[in-house]
Design a protein. Structure first.
Lengths: 106, 120
């Protein structure tokens, strides 16, 4: 996931650099008094590259798909609910000496 | 009888169909839906920024949105290794879910990027 985040940040940086280039291109067009029909070709290529990086990050960063079949390999271990209904405290560990007593004896 | 929470348990859900009993783990399905939602939201934002930088106005922007969503759907299906039924219970989830919510984010970032690049 760390690599995905780095690639995502990289993609966003490339997109913002492309935005900056487009702003400068528009400034140039204003000086030459022409109309804006589209960004120059290298900006379009840069946008495409940034877009591809962002797609890759969007598919890898959020996490993996987990299988929903109950009998698939990765769902073998079924965990009971970890809520208080199933936690019991009335078991044999009360036969152990208390930790405080052990510490006091040293 | 105490109620139980199903947010962190591998709960089975079964239907009453006579010929087949499709059981699946609802917790894993929820996790998969969350992954799709995050992916689609991020791609809507990136698509909005792209539409703003390219200077699209009006209908062309929405065409770009549908294109970005289609590419995201294909990417998600590829991520599920083309066996959608191992991860979801119906095709609609992986193709259509998050479509409308993403549209709002798309228009927002489209407007932002267009203003930053072309107006100010």
């Amino acid at each position: 996931m760390g690599l995905g985040v780095i690639i995502g940040v990289f993609g966003v940086l490339i997109l913002s650099h492309a935005a900056y280039s487009t702003i400068q291109y528009r400034g140039l067009l204003k000086i030459m008094e022409e109309e804006f029909s589209g960004p120059p070709m290298n900006v379009v290529l840069e946008l495409l590259l940034g877009f591809v990086f962002c797609i890759w990050a969007a598919l890898t960063v959020p996490g993996k798909f987990l299988s929903i079949h109950p009998d698939s390999e990765e769902n073998r271990i079924v965990s009971l609910s970890a809520n208080l209904d199933f936690m019991i405290f009335n078991h044999r560990a009360k036969a152990f000496p208390l930790e405080i007593d052990m510490k006091l004896k040293h | 009888m105490a109620g139980h929470s199903d947010s962190n348990s591998s709960e089975k859900k079964s239907s009453e169909a006579m010929n087949d009993v499709p059981t699946f783990s609802a917790e894993n399905l929820q996790n998969n839906m969350k992954v799709i939602y995050y992916s689609r939201t991020f791609m809507s934002i990136i698509g909005g920024v792209l539409a703003g930088i390219l200077g699209f106005t009006g209908f062309m922007g929405f065409v770009l949105y549908f294109l970005v969503m289609a590419i995201t759907s294909i990417g998600l299906i590829a991520k599920a290794k083309f066996s959608v039924h191992a991860y979801f219970d119906s095709w609609n989830r992986i193709i259509l879910d998050g479509f409308m919510g993403g549209l709002m984010s798309f228009v927002l970032f489209w407007t932002f990027a267009y203003d930053i690049v072309h107006i100010f």
